[in-house]
Design a protein around this ligand. Structure first.
Ligand code: SF4
Length: 351
């Protein structure tokens, strides 16, 4: 499949003011636009639509191509979802779905993140909130951060939009459990998908998502479950796991801990930064990762062997230069539970 309805209905507003056709699309729009509507109606967005309609396979959509290798996912690719839900708007484009990060304010420094989405890596960047008129036709809203519950302007956004017509997806690191006022706003939405990022449990979570306090994470997890159980028709829980070279053998343990079936999870095999991409690991490490992942074995196998060991990239993983730059030295120690796995990196080492 190459065609996608996203450019006909959707726009992403990143904290740095960039606009994108979708969060997966590799390039932001190049022009400077005053607001989302302008970006949505722009000539360059129109050119993307025309390329889609002409049947071109867009190289910028590689992330969806990779996701479509993931058999076993209920929602296989973003492209599939756009085509399923918004195909009718291809003839007459309409702005139906906004994804927004109002800022990069965050309290975490996850190993796979960077300054674009966390101000713990660099300066704080903020967006203007869209004006109310933008939301007239919007039926889907995705809120990211930073950490959305850290920036009070997200509460303004929740207040401003026509909640009863909107399916809301909110992506959180689960470090902040909102107060009753915010929970009541959330309860007004047509549907709420609470997407909690979880890339491991216990010490692994604290290691790969620096800022996590596991006891707090667990406490909030159960509070959310209680809140969702109060109205299962309009609220649901979707944990999200990003599988990379440091947490890859621990996905099954994380699923087991959650007691949530794999079909209700979403997950990604991390593509960039390359030094965390499992497809560049040595074969014996790949074999170990596969053995440990029964739930997503087949798609993972395809992804693991989509590239070969790249010694230069693997050396970056061993040195973890990026991590050294961003976390204090005492947080750098590999947790005991990861040691056997990390030892494998040094077996048969000829770099
Ligand atoms: S195919 Fe994927 S990456 Fe491309 S526009 Fe659609 S959803 Fe975005």
């Amino acid at each position: 499949m190459t065609f996608c309805a996203a450019p006909f209905v959707h726009m992403v507003q990143n904290p740095d003011g960039q606009f994108r056709t979708c969060c997966m699309y590799e390039k932001p729009l190049e022009g400077k636009y005053a607001n989302i509507e302008e970006a949505f109606d722009s000539e360059e967005n129109n050119i993307i639509r025309q390329r889609m309609l002409s049947g071109e396979k867009l190289p910028e959509c590689i992330k969806c191509d990779i996701d479509e290798m993931h058999e076993g996912k209920v929602k296989k690719s973003y492209r599939g979802e756009f085509n399923r839900l918004y195909g009718e708007f291809v003839k007459d484009p309409k702005f139906k779905f906004l994804e927004i990060s109002v800022s990069n304010k965050c309290n975490f420094k996850c190993i796979d993140c960077g300054p674009r989405f966390s101000n713990q890596f660099g300066p704080t960047i903020e967006n203007e909130l869209p004006s109310e008129e933008n939301f007239e036709d919007v039926v889907s809203l995705k809120i990211l951060g930073g950490e959305p519950f850290l920036d009070k302007r997200n509460i303004k956004l929740l207040e401003m939009v026509p909640r009863h017509q909107i399916d809301l997806m909110i992506i959180t690191n689960n470090s902040i459990f909102p107060n009753n006022y915010v929970l009541d706003l959330l309860a007004d939405f047509k549907l709420v998908n609470l997407n909690i990022s979880i890339d491991g449990i216990g010490k692994i979570a604290e290691y790969v998502r620096y800022g996590t306090t596991w006891s707090r994470f667990e406490r909030h997890w159960y509070k959310w479950l209680d809140w969702i159980n109060m109205d299962k028709h309009t609220r649901y829980f979707c944990p999200h796991f990003v599988l990379h070279s440091l947490n890859a053998p621990f996905f099954d343990d994380t699923i087991k801990w959650s007691n949530i079936p794999i079909m209700d999870w979403s997950w990604d095999f991390l593509h960039t930064p390359k030094w965390l991409n499992v497809s560049y690991l040595p074969d014996h490490v790949k074999e170990y990762i596969l053995k440990k992942n029964k739930n997503v074995r087949e798609p993972l196998k395809k992804f693991l062997y989509s590239n070969e060991l790249d010694k230069k990239i693997f050396r970056q993983l061993l040195n973890q230069n990026d991590r050294h730059k961003f976390v204090p030295a005492d947080s750098y120690n590999i947790p005991d539970v990861m040691e056997d796995y990390i030892d494998l990196f040094y077996r048969n080492l000829e770099l």
